[in-house]
Write a new protein. Structure first.
Length: 469
């Protein structure tokens, strides 16, 4: 498998530490609010990566954290505490907020067929591990205390910026909602490992520590949870590109200083989903959640399908037009698969199976090219082989794509399949009428569909339809 490594800025051959089991750490959500569909794009990508590795024969041990303490609105240790913000917003305790939004997140992943990672650990369940790490960092002189807090001293590292290749002055990322100067810091890039003094006097969750009653910084959580559960050598660490700096940069700094050797080999980041106005946010514009899409009548897997159509390293701009188009394309795909399931099956042709399996693998091994993988799927649907062979291959591929292609669909994606077949037959009828220059018949077909709320659009790719909501 070849994958883009943010650390080397190159597509590299993937070689795990232990051929028998790949270790994978993926940053989890901060459970102060619903995940937006941008966040969910990242989890879909990680799910496809995990399933691809399994498809290629690896055993995968994956771990994810749930951030329920320590994450401030600016990733650079300033701004408001996200959990506290959520609790105030809803007049609840931090723990109630964390529990509620963890469940909501779980339900989103389930709807999207994203597998829940084998190990999921709450930040608040690992305080001892952070304390142990911070103590070691202080002993090794990589950390200092000032004004009651413990900070990581970034000036102790020559290559602190190696994941980003940028100095802090040039960076605008990571500073989500404004930065304030912390006069305790020796260097601008230093970050908090443990807070005892913060402006949040009403911080609900605090623990005893050698430095006083307080709570951990956000970055130490992922290093602590990762090392505790996956060991001292990590194969893959994922997240969205906004995590590269400062979060992952800080994770590398503290983990490697603590361990005394390199930690993670492959840093794999997915690009953002943007809305029309730019970066997606939970505070500005329409808050795009999966529930909102469901309320508007879209099946969650239509969103998964949309994500799979683009490469994980390309920015994806969300629009309802695009989602409509995807719903339509996906409906057609499911319709086609259904007709294959309903047709005469015949025998499985193992030669064809092997040929297509190789093609699937080649696309996925090529830096997780899911869009090409879908093209191979379309090729196989058209190819001359028995339905039984096709079904075997679809099942095979759906282990990675997880689009429920063979599942009896209880709910329509956005359009009823029988309605779709009716519309497609009308489009075909209209096409023949036009070829025969019978334009009045062609027009009457268009009008008849329009009266039923179905709009036809003639494009270079053929006639598409849209159903008025
Ligand atoms: P958070 O809950 O803010 O810590 O984010 C959870 C995950 O979503 C992180 O891995 C982020 O990098 C990722 N993420 C945040 N915003 C977006 C976006 N607009 N598109 C894709 N991924 C995102
Ligand atoms: Zn993390």
């Amino acid at each position: 498998m070849r994958i883009y490594n943010t650390l080397s800025k190159k597509i590299e051959e993937f070689i795990p530490y232990d051929e028998k089991c790949v270790t994978m750490y993926t940053c989890g959500p901060t459970v102060y609010h619903y995940a937006h569909i941008g966040n969910l794009r990242c989890y879909i990508f990680e799910d496809v990566l995990e399933k691809t590795l399994k498809y290629l024969g690896y055993k995968v041990k994956r771990c994810m954290n749930i951030t329920d303490v320590g994450h401030l609105t600016s990733d650079a240790d300033s701004g408001e505490d996200k959990m506290l913000k959520g609790a105030k917003r809803e007049n609840k305790s931090v723990l109630q907020i964390a529990e509620f939004y963890t469940k909501a997140f779980q339900s989103d992943l389930k709807d999207l067929n994203v597998k829940w990672p084998e190990i999921v650990s709450k930040a608040t369940d690992n305080i001892d591990m952070y304390i142990e790490m911070i103590q070691t960092l202080l002993e090794k002189n990589f950390a200092y205390t000032c004004g009651g807090n413990v900070y990581f001293d970034t000036s102790k590292l020559e290559d602190y910026y190696r994941l980003t290749n940028h100095k802090i002055d040039d960076m605008v990322v990571g500073v989500r909602e404004g930065v304030e100067k912390d006069s305790n810091k020796k260097n601008q890039a230093d970050f908090v490992l443990w807070f005892t003094k913060s402006k949040f006097e009403d911080q609900e969750l605090k623990w005893e520590s050698p430095w006083g009653y307080g709570y951990p910084g956000w970055h130490i959580e992922c290093s602590g949870i990762g090392i505790k559960n996956l060991g001292n050598h990590l194969d893959i660490h994922c997240g969205g590109i906004d995590n590269i700096f400062p979060h992952h940069t800080n994770e590398i700094a503290q983990s490697e200083s603590y361990l005394g050797h390199p930690w993670c080999r492959y840093w794999v980041h997915s690009e953002h989903l943007n809305d029309q106005s730019g970066k997606m946010s939970k505070s500005k514009g329409e808050f795009l959640t999966l529930s909102l899409l469901k309320e508007k009548g879209y099946h969650p897997l239509v969103y998964r399908f949309l994500c799979l159509q683009s490469h994980y390293r390309k920015t994806l701009v969300f629009s309802y037009d695009k989602l409509d188009q995807m719903a339509h394309t996906f409906e057609k795909l499911r319709f086609k698969v259904k007709s294959i399931q309903n047709g005469e099956q015949g025998n499985i042709d193992m030669q064809m199976v092997e040929l297509y399996q190789k093609r699937f693998q080649d696309t996925l091994k090529d830096d997780l090219n899911t869009a090409s993988c879908l093209t191979v799927l379309y090729d196989l649907l058209k190819d001359d082989m028995s339905n039984a062979t096709k079904i075997k291959l679809i099942k095979d591929l759906d282990a990675v794509l997880s689009l429920d292609l063979l599942k009896e669909s209880e709910e329509p994606l956005s359009v009823d399949i029988s309605l779709e077949s009716y519309i497609l037959s009308k489009i075909e009828e209209r096409k023949i009428a036009k070829e025969n220059k019978n334009f009045s018949l062609a027009d009457s077909i268009r009008m008849e569909l329009l009266e039923n709320g179905i709009i036809l659009k003639d494009t270079r790719e053929g006639t598409l339809f849209e159903i008025k909501k």
